[in-house]
Design a protein around this ligand. Structure first.
Ligand SMILES: Cc1cc2nc3c(=O)[nH]c(=O)nc-3n(C[C@H](O)[C@H](O)[C@H](O)COP(=O)(O)OP(=O)(O)OC[C@H]3O[C@@H](n4cnc5c(N)ncnc54)[C@H](O)[C@@H]3O)c2cc1C
Ligand SMILES: *[C@@H]1O[C@H](CO)[C@@H](O)[C@H](O)[C@H]1NC(C)=O
Length: 206
């Protein structure tokens, strides 16, 4: 008693259901998870966005607190070259750090410096740097305070190594990477306030 119309209707519905099941069981492989980070990567292996900065809720940063890992670096030429390259990286990093960082971004920068003080491949430098961080913890509240903090910390190292102090008012022109960032706009080394006042007091290195 079933009409031909009803029969073909049921056939079409069954066919669609079958198709949907097959599609569900074999999704096209447009993306894959990076086995290291678990991050979802696109077809070409690139992350979809630069800012995949959603903090993982229960991802504590391990190994931040321990002691120096690498041995003494005996070759003075290699040590100086490593230092110049590292300072360049660090100053460029703080000068491109967000002007208004989130708590997660602040944590990231603080942890970075503490990890560096363990893993810096010149052991005796790392050891000094650990003590320096203890006395002068990383300032992470803004691009400006992070940049000025690092400049002061570098000056403390300069003083210990009997080098000339660097005028932190020249950070912008010295590390202009052509990246198109806003300048810090520090007119003089006394142009400091708030959290930066502590940096001002550190100037000259104590
Ligand atoms: C964390 C750390 C710890 C170190 N500890 C030691 C150590 O214990 N013993 C040791 O022998 N070496 C150490 N070094 C290396 C040392 O600091 C120098 O990098 C190295 O001696 C080469 O010095 P340089 O004169 O070429 O100039 P660097 O100090 O390497 O500076 C490179 C350039 O940065 C600019 N600059 C200088 N001062 C500042 C500042 N305050 N802010 C911004 N820019 C500045 C100048 O243009 C300078 O030419 C350390 C390096 C680092 C990164
Ligand atoms: C010291 O390091 C420099 C630069 O890395 C290298 O050219 C040189 O050969 C090293 N000296 C010795 C004695 O290994």
């Amino acid at each position: 008693m079933i009409s031909r119309f009803a029969k073909s209707f049921v056939a079409i519905v069954v066919a669609l259901l079958l198709l949907a099941t097959i599609t569900f069981l074999h999704p096209p492989s447009r993306a894959y998870a990076d086995p290291w980070s678990g991050a979802l990567l696109g077809e070409d292996g690139m992350e979809k966005s630069l800012h995949t900065s959603k903090p993982k809720p229960s991802a504590p940063i391990l190994g931040v607190g321990g002691g120096v890992i690498m041995p003494k670096l005996g070759n003075a030429t290699a040590k100086a070259a490593l230092g110049r390259a590292t300072w360049k990286l660090l100053h460029t990093m703080t000068l491109r750090y967000p002007e208004k960082p989130t708590q997660d971004e602040r944590d990231a920068l603080g942890s970075y410096f503490h990890l560096l003080s363990r893993l810096y491949p010149c052991g005796e430098c790392a050891s000094e740097f650990q003590m320096l961080l203890e006395k002068h913890p990383p300032q992470t509240s803004s691009r400006r305070s992070a940049s000025l903090w690092l400049c002061s910390v570098h000056n403390i190292v300069n003083k210990r190594l009997h080098k000339e102090p660097f005028d932190c008012a020249h950070l912008d022109d010295t590390y202009d990477c052509g990246c198109g960032d806003e300048p810090l706009g520090i007119k003089s080394t006394t142009d400091l306030g708030g959290e930066d006042a502590a940096v001002g007091m550190m100037r000259g290195g104590r």
